[in-house]
Design a protein. Structure first.
Length: 268
Protein backbone atom coordinates (compact mmCIF):
# COMPACT_ATOMS: atom_id res chain seq x y z
CA UNK A 1 0.00 0.00 0.00
CA UNK A 2 1.71 3.21 -1.11
CA UNK A 3 1.11 6.81 -2.01
CA UNK A 4 -0.12 9.67 0.14
CA UNK A 5 -3.42 10.01 1.94
CA UNK A 6 -4.25 13.51 3.17
CA UNK A 7 -0.54 14.28 2.77
CA UNK A 8 0.55 11.42 5.03
CA UNK A 9 2.68 8.57 3.76
CA UNK A 10 0.37 5.58 3.55
CA UNK A 11 3.08 3.00 4.20
CA UNK A 12 4.55 4.75 7.21
CA UNK A 13 1.34 5.75 8.92
CA UNK A 14 -1.23 3.24 7.75
CA UNK A 15 0.68 -0.03 7.72
CA UNK A 16 0.19 -3.25 9.64
CA UNK A 17 -1.27 -2.78 13.12
CA UNK A 18 -1.80 0.87 12.29
CA UNK A 19 -4.71 2.78 10.80
CA UNK A 20 -5.63 1.56 7.36
CA UNK A 21 -6.36 3.92 4.51
CA UNK A 22 -9.73 2.21 4.05
CA UNK A 23 -10.84 3.24 7.53
CA UNK A 24 -13.42 6.02 7.19
CA UNK A 25 -14.08 8.89 9.53
CA UNK A 26 -17.18 8.24 11.59
CA UNK A 27 -20.31 10.09 10.49
CA UNK A 28 -20.14 11.86 13.81
CA UNK A 29 -17.13 14.19 13.41
CA UNK A 30 -16.84 14.60 17.17
CA UNK A 31 -16.28 10.95 18.13
CA UNK A 32 -13.85 10.62 21.02
CA UNK A 33 -10.86 8.32 20.56
CA UNK A 34 -10.58 7.08 24.13
CA UNK A 35 -6.83 6.61 23.62
CA UNK A 36 -4.23 6.96 26.33
CA UNK A 37 -2.47 10.30 26.55
CA UNK A 38 1.20 10.86 25.84
CA UNK A 39 3.48 11.33 28.79
CA UNK A 40 3.14 15.05 29.40
CA UNK A 41 6.84 15.33 30.21
CA UNK A 42 7.72 14.39 26.62
CA UNK A 43 6.18 17.55 25.18
CA UNK A 44 8.23 20.25 26.92
CA UNK A 45 8.03 23.68 25.36
CA UNK A 46 11.16 25.60 24.48
CA UNK A 47 9.65 29.05 24.98
CA UNK A 48 12.42 30.52 27.12
CA UNK A 49 15.29 29.43 24.87
CA UNK A 50 13.40 30.59 21.79
CA UNK A 51 12.95 34.07 23.20
CA UNK A 52 16.37 35.13 21.97
CA UNK A 53 15.05 34.96 18.41
CA UNK A 54 12.31 37.47 19.20
CA UNK A 55 14.32 40.37 20.63
CA UNK A 56 14.43 43.65 18.74
CA UNK A 57 18.23 43.53 18.49
CA UNK A 58 18.28 40.05 16.97
CA UNK A 59 15.38 40.76 14.62
CA UNK A 60 17.19 43.84 13.33
CA UNK A 61 20.32 41.75 12.78
CA UNK A 62 18.29 39.09 10.94
CA UNK A 63 16.84 41.68 8.56
CA UNK A 64 20.22 43.27 7.82
CA UNK A 65 21.80 39.89 7.19
CA UNK A 66 19.18 38.53 4.80
CA UNK A 67 18.69 40.25 1.41
CA UNK A 68 15.58 38.16 0.72
CA UNK A 69 13.74 39.83 3.61
CA UNK A 70 14.48 43.26 2.22
CA UNK A 71 13.38 42.05 -1.21
CA UNK A 72 10.00 40.86 0.14
CA UNK A 73 9.51 44.16 1.91
CA UNK A 74 10.41 46.17 -1.18
CA UNK A 75 8.17 44.09 -3.48
CA UNK A 76 5.20 44.72 -1.21
CA UNK A 77 5.83 48.37 -0.37
CA UNK A 78 6.55 47.70 3.31
CA UNK A 79 8.92 49.90 5.31
CA UNK A 80 10.35 47.15 7.48
CA UNK A 81 9.47 48.76 10.80
CA UNK A 82 9.41 46.36 13.72
CA UNK A 83 6.15 46.35 15.68
CA UNK A 84 7.44 44.88 18.94
CA UNK A 85 4.24 45.62 20.86
CA UNK A 86 2.23 43.46 18.47
CA UNK A 87 4.87 40.73 18.60
CA UNK A 88 4.90 40.60 22.38
CA UNK A 89 1.11 40.30 22.48
CA UNK A 90 1.15 37.59 19.81
CA UNK A 91 3.81 35.51 21.57
CA UNK A 92 2.09 35.78 24.95
CA UNK A 93 -1.32 34.90 23.52
CA UNK A 94 -1.77 33.19 20.17
CA UNK A 95 1.66 31.52 20.02
CA UNK A 96 1.37 29.88 23.43
CA UNK A 97 -2.25 28.96 22.77
CA UNK A 98 -1.20 27.27 19.52
CA UNK A 99 1.45 25.32 21.43
CA UNK A 100 -1.11 24.16 23.98
CA UNK A 101 -3.63 23.09 21.34
CA UNK A 102 -0.97 21.27 19.30
CA UNK A 103 0.09 19.38 22.39
CA UNK A 104 -3.54 18.41 23.05
CA UNK A 105 -4.04 17.24 19.47
CA UNK A 106 -0.85 15.18 19.65
CA UNK A 107 -1.98 13.47 22.85
CA UNK A 108 -5.20 12.35 21.18
CA UNK A 109 -3.77 11.13 17.89
CA UNK A 110 -3.94 7.42 17.11
CA UNK A 111 -0.72 5.66 18.08
CA UNK A 112 0.30 5.09 14.46
CA UNK A 113 0.25 8.82 13.79
CA UNK A 114 2.01 9.77 17.02
CA UNK A 115 5.13 8.03 15.70
CA UNK A 116 5.43 10.76 13.08
CA UNK A 117 5.40 13.62 15.57
CA UNK A 118 8.63 15.47 16.30
CA UNK A 119 7.66 17.10 19.58
CA UNK A 120 10.41 19.71 19.76
CA UNK A 121 10.09 20.83 16.14
CA UNK A 122 6.31 21.06 16.44
CA UNK A 123 6.44 23.00 19.71
CA UNK A 124 9.12 25.40 18.44
CA UNK A 125 7.22 26.00 15.19
CA UNK A 126 4.01 26.68 17.12
CA UNK A 127 5.77 29.41 19.09
CA UNK A 128 7.61 31.03 16.17
CA UNK A 129 5.26 30.49 13.20
CA UNK A 130 3.93 34.07 13.18
CA UNK A 131 7.22 35.83 13.92
CA UNK A 132 7.07 37.53 10.51
CA UNK A 133 4.00 39.50 11.59
CA UNK A 134 6.40 41.79 13.41
CA UNK A 135 7.05 43.32 9.95
CA UNK A 136 3.41 43.57 8.81
CA UNK A 137 2.18 47.19 9.02
CA UNK A 138 -0.08 47.78 11.99
CA UNK A 139 -2.73 49.31 9.74
CA UNK A 140 -3.07 45.92 8.05
CA UNK A 141 -2.40 43.57 10.94
CA UNK A 142 -4.96 45.27 13.19
CA UNK A 143 -7.39 46.57 10.58
CA UNK A 144 -10.94 46.39 12.03
CA UNK A 145 -12.43 45.29 8.70
CA UNK A 146 -11.92 42.88 5.82
CA UNK A 147 -8.58 43.26 4.05
CA UNK A 148 -8.43 44.37 0.44
CA UNK A 149 -6.77 41.96 -2.05
CA UNK A 150 -3.55 44.02 -1.91
CA UNK A 151 -3.58 44.04 1.89
CA UNK A 152 -4.25 40.30 1.96
CA UNK A 153 -1.24 39.74 -0.29
CA UNK A 154 0.90 41.64 2.21
CA UNK A 155 -0.55 39.70 5.13
CA UNK A 156 0.27 36.43 3.37
CA UNK A 157 3.97 37.33 3.35
CA UNK A 158 4.17 36.77 7.10
CA UNK A 159 4.84 33.03 6.88
CA UNK A 160 7.73 33.43 4.44
CA UNK A 161 9.04 36.37 6.49
CA UNK A 162 8.97 34.16 9.61
CA UNK A 163 11.02 31.58 7.74
CA UNK A 164 13.50 34.11 6.35
CA UNK A 165 14.01 35.79 9.72
CA UNK A 166 15.02 32.46 11.25
CA UNK A 167 16.73 30.82 8.25
CA UNK A 168 20.27 31.65 9.37
CA UNK A 169 19.67 30.89 13.05
CA UNK A 170 20.20 27.60 14.85
CA UNK A 171 16.61 26.54 14.17
CA UNK A 172 16.68 23.18 12.35
CA UNK A 173 15.41 22.69 8.80
CA UNK A 174 12.40 20.60 9.85
CA UNK A 175 11.15 23.37 12.14
CA UNK A 176 11.85 26.06 9.53
CA UNK A 177 9.73 24.20 6.98
CA UNK A 178 6.85 23.91 9.44
CA UNK A 179 7.06 27.65 10.06
CA UNK A 180 7.19 28.51 6.37
CA UNK A 181 4.31 26.28 5.32
CA UNK A 182 1.94 26.52 8.29
CA UNK A 183 -0.74 27.89 5.95
CA UNK A 184 -0.35 25.02 3.50
CA UNK A 185 -2.43 21.84 3.36
CA UNK A 186 -2.41 18.36 1.74
CA UNK A 187 -3.89 19.78 -1.46
CA UNK A 188 -1.02 22.25 -1.77
CA UNK A 189 -3.34 25.19 -2.44
CA UNK A 190 -2.41 27.25 0.60
CA UNK A 191 0.47 29.72 0.84
CA UNK A 192 3.29 30.29 0.16
CA UNK A 193 3.38 28.26 -3.04
CA UNK A 194 4.83 24.82 -2.45
CA UNK A 195 6.94 22.62 -4.72
CA UNK A 196 5.21 19.82 -6.68
CA UNK A 197 6.60 17.18 -4.31
CA UNK A 198 5.33 19.04 -1.22
CA UNK A 199 3.99 16.74 1.49
CA UNK A 200 1.93 18.09 4.38
CA UNK A 201 3.17 15.68 7.04
CA UNK A 202 1.49 15.02 10.37
CA UNK A 203 3.50 17.75 12.16
CA UNK A 204 2.39 20.40 9.67
CA UNK A 205 -1.23 19.31 9.84
CA UNK A 206 -1.25 19.45 13.64
CA UNK A 207 0.35 22.92 13.56
CA UNK A 208 -2.11 24.17 10.95
CA UNK A 209 -5.09 22.82 12.89
CA UNK A 210 -3.90 24.29 16.19
CA UNK A 211 -3.15 27.65 14.57
CA UNK A 212 -6.54 27.85 12.87
CA UNK A 213 -8.56 26.80 15.91
CA UNK A 214 -6.74 29.35 18.07
CA UNK A 215 -7.28 32.09 15.49
CA UNK A 216 -10.98 31.31 15.10
CA UNK A 217 -11.71 31.25 18.82
CA UNK A 218 -9.79 34.38 19.83
CA UNK A 219 -10.85 37.99 19.49
CA UNK A 220 -9.15 39.88 16.69
CA UNK A 221 -9.44 43.43 15.42
CA UNK A 222 -11.76 42.38 12.61
CA UNK A 223 -13.92 39.83 14.42
CA UNK A 224 -15.33 38.59 17.69
CA UNK A 225 -14.20 35.17 18.94
CA UNK A 226 -16.15 32.25 17.51
CA UNK A 227 -17.65 29.61 19.76
CA UNK A 228 -16.14 26.13 19.89
CA UNK A 229 -19.04 24.80 17.84
CA UNK A 230 -18.63 27.47 15.16
CA UNK A 231 -14.86 26.94 14.91
CA UNK A 232 -15.14 23.16 14.68
CA UNK A 233 -17.89 23.48 12.09
CA UNK A 234 -15.62 25.58 9.88
CA UNK A 235 -12.72 23.20 10.33
CA UNK A 236 -14.84 20.14 9.58
CA UNK A 237 -15.39 21.63 6.13
CA UNK A 238 -11.61 21.47 5.71
CA UNK A 239 -11.78 17.74 6.41
CA UNK A 240 -14.49 17.19 3.81
CA UNK A 241 -12.49 19.20 1.26
CA UNK A 242 -9.33 17.15 1.87
CA UNK A 243 -7.43 19.99 3.53
CA UNK A 244 -7.14 18.27 6.91
CA UNK A 245 -6.72 14.65 7.87
CA UNK A 246 -9.84 13.36 9.66
CA UNK A 247 -7.83 11.91 12.54
CA UNK A 248 -6.16 15.27 13.18
CA UNK A 249 -9.62 16.82 13.36
CA UNK A 250 -10.92 14.11 15.66
CA UNK A 251 -7.90 14.57 17.93
CA UNK A 252 -8.62 18.30 18.07
CA UNK A 253 -12.23 17.64 19.02
CA UNK A 254 -11.17 15.19 21.73
CA UNK A 255 -8.76 17.77 23.15
CA UNK A 256 -11.35 20.55 23.11
CA UNK A 257 -13.98 18.43 24.80
CA UNK A 258 -11.45 17.34 27.42
CA UNK A 259 -10.66 20.97 28.23
CA UNK A 260 -14.29 22.10 28.45
CA UNK A 261 -16.80 19.26 28.27
CA UNK A 262 -19.73 20.76 26.43
CA UNK A 263 -22.28 19.33 24.05
CA UNK A 264 -21.11 19.76 20.48
CA UNK A 265 -23.58 19.63 17.63
CA UNK A 266 -22.81 17.56 14.58
CA UNK A 267 -22.17 19.66 11.48
CA UNK A 268 -23.79 18.88 8.18
Amino acid sequence: MGGNLFGLNAIKYFGANGIYSTQRINNNPYMNFGLASLDRDTFEYQTNSLGRHTTEANLTKMIKGNPRIREILRENGMQGELNMENLRALLAGHAKDTQKIAKGITEHLPVALKYGINEKSLSDACYLHDLGKVLIPDAILNKPARLTPDEEKIMHTHSELSYELLKHSDIDTRTLDLIKYHHQNPLGNGYPQAKPDFNADINLQVLAAADKFSALTEKRSYKAPLSTEQALGIMYKDVKEGKMHPFVFKALVAHVREQAPIPVKQTA
